[in-house]
Design a protein around this ligand. Sequence first.
Ligand SMILES: Nc1ncnc2c1ncn2[C@@H]1O[C@H](COP(=O)(O)OP(=O)(O)O)[C@@H](O)[C@H]1O
Ligand SMILES: CC(=O)OP(=O)(O)O
Ligand SMILES: [Mg+2]
Length: 455
Amino acid sequence: MSRAADPAAAGRAGADTPQRADPRPVLAVNAGSSSLKFGLYPATGPACFAGEASGLEPGGRPRWRLAGGPEQALDIEPQRTVGALPALGGEGPAVAAAAQAAGAAEGAGAAGAFDAALQRLQATVVDHAPQGLLAVAHRIVHGGAQGDGPQVLDDAALARLAALSPLAPLHQPHNLDGVRALRAAFPDVPQIGCFDTAFHAGQPEVERLLPLPPARTEAAGLRRYGFHGLSYAYLAGELAARSARWAGGRALLAHLGNGASLCAVHDGRSVASTMGFSALDGLMMGTRSGSLDAGVLLYLLAHGDDAASLERLLYRESGLKGVSGLSADMRVLHAAAAQGHAGAQRALALFARRLLREAGALTAVLGGLDLLAFTGGIGEHDAAVRAGLVEGLAFLGLRLDAQANRAATGDTVCRIDAADSRTEIWVVPTDEGRVAARQARALCAASGPDRPERS
Ligand SMILES: Nc1ncnc2c1ncn2[C@@H]1O[C@H](COP(=O)(O)OP(=O)(O)O)[C@@H](O)[C@H]1O
Ligand SMILES: CC(=O)OP(=O)(O)O
Ligand SMILES: [Mg+2]
């Protein structure tokens, strides 16, 4: 078994699994190039603990923080490996040895700082879930054409997903390293992939097409997908529970974080998004360019760049960081712009302009707007970016409650539109891990008393 009973519904999942759920928690993991974000989710409600190991990149400063707690340095003990701790469920030394061997064989992600983070995570999970885990749910950015619902990550699935790495080079290789490492750390627990692309799987065909000859796109699998789907699925659930205008309504969801995208939602379903074939399209981001005239790429290729240098430029050296010449972090840019830093001012202006242009385009696709919602690190915290977009859309009748906007700091769901606004405006702190955990639990439940086979 490799799919949920209703994959599309799992992709849009808006509610936790109700009564008679397996009491064991699900560990949700989001492994990136430099961080390992995690949360332990009971059958209903938010994570009972969540946290992040960061600074795991080569030469980084490894750190560990549980939500609500202080940041600590993460000690690295080079001799210890993932399997050295007792595996959950008390399988003992044999499993530990197998895990150690698997970790060594699979190599990636099982050494140094990442290994230390896993050690710490494993010990924390043992403390918080003495009854063991139901599953480990992995946020995987790209699910490809088959990624329309959660899947057990066996060797075949990992091989298929690894082939998608060039489409999401900042994410996919690290997501899959995380799967291999967690599989070594918890060898008796099903590893389940939950895809950013799944929420968009039902978009109309016209949104999937690229304006290229079908002979070039179809065989090569060139099409648009859309990303940040776990985040959008979370917002869908929160807004459905709070807004009478969600059902049947036209909503623009803005996930503005390090990666940034917009999603047009009609009657709860994704109908268009700014990200497409890769997580490079659409809005300007922390270090990614977003949409770029293809003529620029042709010019650069003809004048000394190659695929590798363009990948570096477009994914890592552009966006807020590249334009400002200073930082990918909005907080740094606001502070610098206020001191007169021209690069920071230019980056903020371009970010806002790109956001407005794309918002206008998706609003046109929707034929109007009933609801606008912000999430992601910038969307949840940056009142100035939110105000800028709402001012730009004022011609549609959007009005902000300035005080509510300033007060919304990403701690809780807030409504920030003024009484005379024609459109509801919300700030919704996202929880991608909760959606991944929910999807993994649904997949386990759909497989009946027999859990999904281990990977
Ligand atoms: N208080 C804040 N004000 C403005 N921007 C913020 C604030 N906190 C975080 N951010 C922005 O959010 C970004 C990270 O977003 P996040 O969604 O956490 O990213 P990731 O994709 O790594 O999960 C930071 O780089 C920064 O630009
Ligand atoms: C898809 C994507 O851009 O993800 P993130 O925002 O986590 O970088
Ligand atoms: Mg993110």
